[in-house]
Design a protein around this ligand. Structure first.
Ligand SMILES: [Zn+2]
Length: 257
């Protein structure tokens, strides 16, 4: 029953995250602007706005103009629903589930806005950071929360130094400001006293591996020389967070702990 609740909640929020990621960067109102069909711009009615179900019953076509609706809506709702359900099954009703859900939510919004517009929004990072700080406080008390914030600042400074170095090497802007602010958030997610700063570094390395195939494809197939890095950064952080124990055991094998 609770699993179904998280699945439905995820599908509703997934739909909302797509709206945030698509509208905020171009300064459209998230709440007051009604959702419209991308082709005929007809305002959508309530039965066309039910996550997952509307897309299935309308067979992926607009009710008014019968043009195809972007499958991105369905994919986003389904992915968020599944991520929420998997989170609940993996963590049960714990504070770790809260940290996971906040991290996944910010990740999904960044995926949309960074891939669509090459923009990482400040507001999801600020709201996400505040929620994480509160959750960390309830999880490990004040000292652990302060340590997590310090790790966040360290990650921020580290990414800023990488950017300075990159700018020198490539003689142009190598990383956006959004990527650097995002690293503060990542430091918060992964900042635990018993594992120290290493997990942040591992997530940075992992993000480079995740981005590499995409970078190759976009340079050689699409001749693009700019790519969004934020989605890879935060996806790597969430992966490291989920498998935190496995990563720290891996490190201890090399006696790095
Ligand atoms: Zn239409």
């Amino acid at each position: 029953m609770i699993g179904v609740f998280f699945f439905v909640l995820g599908s509703i929020l997934g739909s909302f995250y797509l709206v945030i990621g698509s509208r905020l960067p171009i300064h459209q109102n998230v709440i007051s602007d009604r959702s419209r069909c991308d082709s005929c711009h007809e305002v959508l009615r309530w039965y066309e706005l039910i996550p997952l179900l509307s897309y299935i019953f309308l067979l992926g076509k607009c009710h008014h103009c019968h043009k195809k609706i972007s499958p991105l809506h369905f994919v986003m709702e389904l992915c968020t629903a599944l991520l929420f359900l998997i989170g609940y099954l993996y963590y049960d009703l714990t504070i770790s589930l809260g940290i996971y859900l906040v991290s996944v939510s910010v990740t999904l919004i960044i995926f949309v806005s960074d891939f669509k517009y090459m923009i990482i929004l400040d507001s999801p990072l600020v709201i996400g950071s505040i929620l994480l700080i509160i959750l960390k406080y309830f999880e490990g008390g004040l000292t652990n929360t302060i340590i997590a914030i310090i790790y966040g600042i360290c990650m921020f400074i580290l990414m800023f130094l990488i950017k300075l170095l990159g700018d020198k090497i490539y003689k142009k802007e190598s990383l956006g400001g959004g990527d650097i602010k995002l690293c503060f958030f990542i430091g918060l997610i992964l900042g635990y006293p018993h594992i120290g700063f290493r997990m942040g570094l591992i997530s940075l390395i992992l993000s480079a591996f995740l981005a590499f195939p995409y970078a190759l494809a976009s340079v050689y197939l699409y001749k693009k020389n700019e790519l969004p890095y934020g989605p890879f950064l935060i996806a790597a952080a969430v992966i490291v967070f989920i498998f935190l124990d496995k990563f720290s055991r891996l490190l201890s094998l090399f006696s790095l702990t």
